[in-house]
Design a protein around this ligand. Structure first.
Ligand code: ZN
Length: 116
């Protein structure tokens, strides 16, 4: 089962709202994602495995964080950190559940994508 319909319409990143734009492979044939920090949009190519989509979301969110606080991370650093976090979350669902429980009062407020 794809997780695409559970991807939120937007994410808050250090005080800014980034819209998440879902794109088929035909629209993004050469990349899995793109962070447009000027327009505050994160594009995700959704014709991919769940693990790849999660990795891409983390990757593009890291680019947004990098842009916001001027870390000046290299593409390699963003890639490695996103892949490391994705692996951490995918390999440790109990840890993810702990995070969800710790922020329980905030979970669900932004809702999920409608109509997809
Ligand atoms: Zn990148």
């Amino acid at each position: 089962m794809s997780i695409v319909e559970k991807i939120p319409e937007s994410v808050r990143i250090i005080g800014k709202t980034y819209d998440i734009v879902l794109s088929p492979k035909a629209s993004m044939p050469n990349e899995y994602g793109l962070c447009d920090s000027e327009r505050q949009r994160i594009h995700v190519m959704v014709d991919a495995s769940n693990a790849t989509i999660i990795d891409t979301l983390l990757h593009e969110c890291l680019h947004a964080i990098d842009f916001s606080i001027h870390l000046e991370l290299t593409e390699r650093q963003v890639h490695a950190t996103a892949s490391g976090l994705a692996a951490l979350f995918l390999d440790n669902p109990d840890l993810v559940n702990l995070f969800k429980e710790a922020i329980c009062g905030r979970v669900g407020k932004s809702g999920t994508r409608k109509g997809t």
